[in-house]
Design a protein around this ligand. Structure first.
Ligand code: KG4
Ligand code: ZN
Length: 342
């Protein structure tokens, strides 16, 4: 049995997980601990980097201890420590990485540096270890919106990305304008459910679907955010119609994400389409993309809910593939980068 300890601190979740792998390479999640700072950042309606880093420093040792205790093992059994080294908030990344550097030195362990987006991609293989390739993945979070071509579990190429805001950021910024709280995605998605088809039609907001007609696989969400702002400024009564704004905004984002993903899947002759990242927790996006793909031969994979938003099980999963390829380093070589590329 190979045990991988995963650690994730790239944004505002302090997370540690232990995964066990047998000869088949199938993952067993022995623990998956996430200490969320959402309550602290809610006051500011967004993540405050310095506060996030201070919280990581306080939480990381208890979270790692809890992950080992829940897994029922001690550090001696760990083969390697997988840690997120970027992209993300640099102060948050450093808090996790420096703890891992010390642990690796004290415990005499190898380190597996993991790209956060590779972690989101690997999340889907935790419970669905058999995928057909090539695959096209939409990784959609608060910090990134990418289309990725995968020729194997751990072999990928970026084929499209957002030119400005990420889709999750569009949810978060819109929620701030609407005054409905942080993080925006879950708030928008909850309120959108209470808007009827009739109401949506009657209000005819018609927010733009940016980049739909462009032939490439890139995205842009900042224009959508501005269009929403103008509509809200014109509508003095908008507070009475929050659900309809939420539903239209959510649908505009979903329309663009799905259209580009299908286009990429067709162009790349994908056998599998993967949806992952924090925004993949959105039930409407999951349902509508599954419906669109139901008529195609393409298989649709999406992570279990607990592995959609930031967690360390996905980092341990991505770390295991790298560990098998011997892509490990010593504590001396560990480096972080806020803009690390896939
Ligand atoms: O992957 P993640 O936890 O962190 C980053 O790597 O950024 O993603 C967080 C993002 C936030 O923007 C949040 O609003 C969004 O995922 N999100 C959602 C939902 N749950 C989280 N967006 C839409 N619908 C949701 N249900
Ligand atoms: Zn993430």
């Amino acid at each position: 049995m190979t045990y991988i300890l995963g650690i994730e601190t790239s944004c505002d979740e302090t997370a540690a997980a232990v995964l066990a792998f047998g000869a088949s390479g199938r993952a067993r999640v022995l623990s998956n601990i996430v200490s969320s700072q959402i309550k602290i950042h809610q006051r500011y309606q967004g993540v405050v980097p310095e506060i996030a880093a201070r919280e990581h420093v306080l939480n990381i040792i208890p979270v790692v201890n809890e992950a080992l205790k829940t897994a029922g093992i001690n550090q001696k059994k760990i083969a390697a420590i997988a840690v997120t080294v970027g992209p993300g908030l640099i102060t948050s990344l450093i808090s996790g990485a420096e703890t891992v550097r010390s642990l690796a030195y004290a415990w005499d362990k190898a380190i597996v540096p993991v790209n956060h987006i590779a972690g989101h991609l690997a999340a889907v293989f935790i419970s669905q270890p058999k995928a057909k390739f090539p695959a096209v993945a939409l990784t959609v979070s608060g910090g990134h919106t990418n289309l990725v071509y995968l020729s194997d579990y751990n072999k990928y190429k970026l084929i499209g990305e957002t030119l400005d805001d990420a889709a999750g950021e569009a949810f978060d910024k819109a929620a701030k304008m609407l005054g409905i709280g942080y993080p925006g995605g879950p708030a928008v998605s909850r309120l959108a459910k209470s808007c009827s088809d009739q109401e949506l039609k009657a209000k005819a907001l018609n927010l733009p679907r940016p980049m739909l007609s462009k032939g490439n696989f890139d995205f842009s969400f900042s224009g959508l955010k501005t269009a929403l702002l103008y509509q809200l400024q014109k509508d003095k009564q908008f507070k009475k119609h929050i659900p309809v704004y939420c539903r239209e905004l959510q649908q505009a984002i979903i329309d663009v994400l799905i259209s580009k993903t299908i286009k990429a899947a067709k162009a790349k002759k994908a056998k599998t389409v993967i949806l992952c990242g924090g925004v993949s927790a959105n039930p409407e996006l999951r349902r509508q993309l599954a419906d669109r793909l139901a008529t195609e031969k393409t298989k649709f994979l999406v992570p279990d809910m607990e592995y959609t938003t930031d967690n360390a099980a996905m980092i341990a999963m991505a770390g295991y593939y790298l560990y098998k390829q011997k892509k490990v380093i010593s504590w001396r070589k560990l480096k972080t980068s806020s803009s690390l590329e896939l």
